[in-house]
Design a protein around this ligand. Structure first.
Ligand code: FE2
Length: 243
């Protein structure tokens, strides 16, 4: 019962509350399932949705500490995402919902969870659908490809010039297929573009979550198709304007 916390109570049904005194074994079972990541399943075994949220909640709560390290966090969150059991019944409804979006010629967004320190979304792209260059101000992101295939280009903003002109260095490029992840921090790879080559579903974890301020600060970029001759280290550099 040491691990009992607010979430377990929230996720316990009303009859569960009413029968609290009589139903300790079943409530303990809920806590056991919810904490499956804490040694009750093999180190790299699949974790259920509740256990995944518990673990992400725990890791993202550390963003308020002085020694928060975003690079370390995204590695941990990526490892958790890779262990998430996507067939968990708690996620099945969300995945079922995505069927309604097929054929609507736009990318579909579904909220899976939003808390003080993070949010999780499900995104669905159809073939050739894309999200053009945009940033995630003061945020980290972990993107898990659940199904399909998506190309991801990441950039760092390396210079601000006049008239909304900026220079972006392409710092990562990958094709994500089922079971692979892409990460960004507030400092590295924060700008990205995604284009799906087939029907694709992504599970995104953002920490901190979007709020009014972060949504207001987020920007779209119009990026020149050809890189500049000048290179920033080994990376291609593109001129872009913010929109
Ligand atoms: Fe994004």
């Amino acid at each position: 019962m040491d691990d009992y916390n607010r979430r377990h109570f929230i996720r316990t049904s009303i009859p569960g509350f009413l029968g609290l005194g009589l139903a300790l074994p079943s409530i303990t079972a809920i806590a056991t399932r919810a904490n499956a990541f804490e040694g009750r399943v093999p180190e790299n075994g699949a974790i259920n949705w509740n256990a995944f949220l518990e673990a992400v909640e725990k890791e993202t709560a550390k963003q308020h500490l002085d020694d928060w390290n975003e690079s370390d966090y995204v590695k941990k969150a990526a490892a958790l995402a890779l262990r998430l059991n996507l067939k968990d019944p708690a996620l099945a409804k969300a995945f079922k919902n995505t069927e309604k979006g097929i054929g609507n010629k736009r990318i579909d967004f579904y909220d899976l969870e939003k808390q003080r320190d993070f949010q999780v979304n499900l995104l669905q792209f159809e073939k050739n659908e894309q999200i053009k260059h945009h940033d995630h101000p003061d945020m980290t992101g972990v993107i898990l490809c659940a199904t399909g295939s998506v190309d991801v280009w990441n950039y760092d903003l390396i210079e601000k010039k006049e008239n909304k002109t900026v220079l972006l260095a392409e710092t990562a490029r990958a094709t994500l297929s089922k079971g692979s992840v892409s990460t960004l921090t507030s400092k590295a790879r924060n700008i990205h573009r995604l284009k799906a080559s087939e029907l694709t579903q992504l599970v995104d974890i953002f920490a901190p979550p979007y709020n009014k301020e972060r949504a207001r600060k987020s920007q779209w970029f119009k990026v020149d198709p050809k890189p500049l001759q000048k290179l920033h280290g080994k990376h291609k550099v593109y001129q872009a304007t913010t929109r």
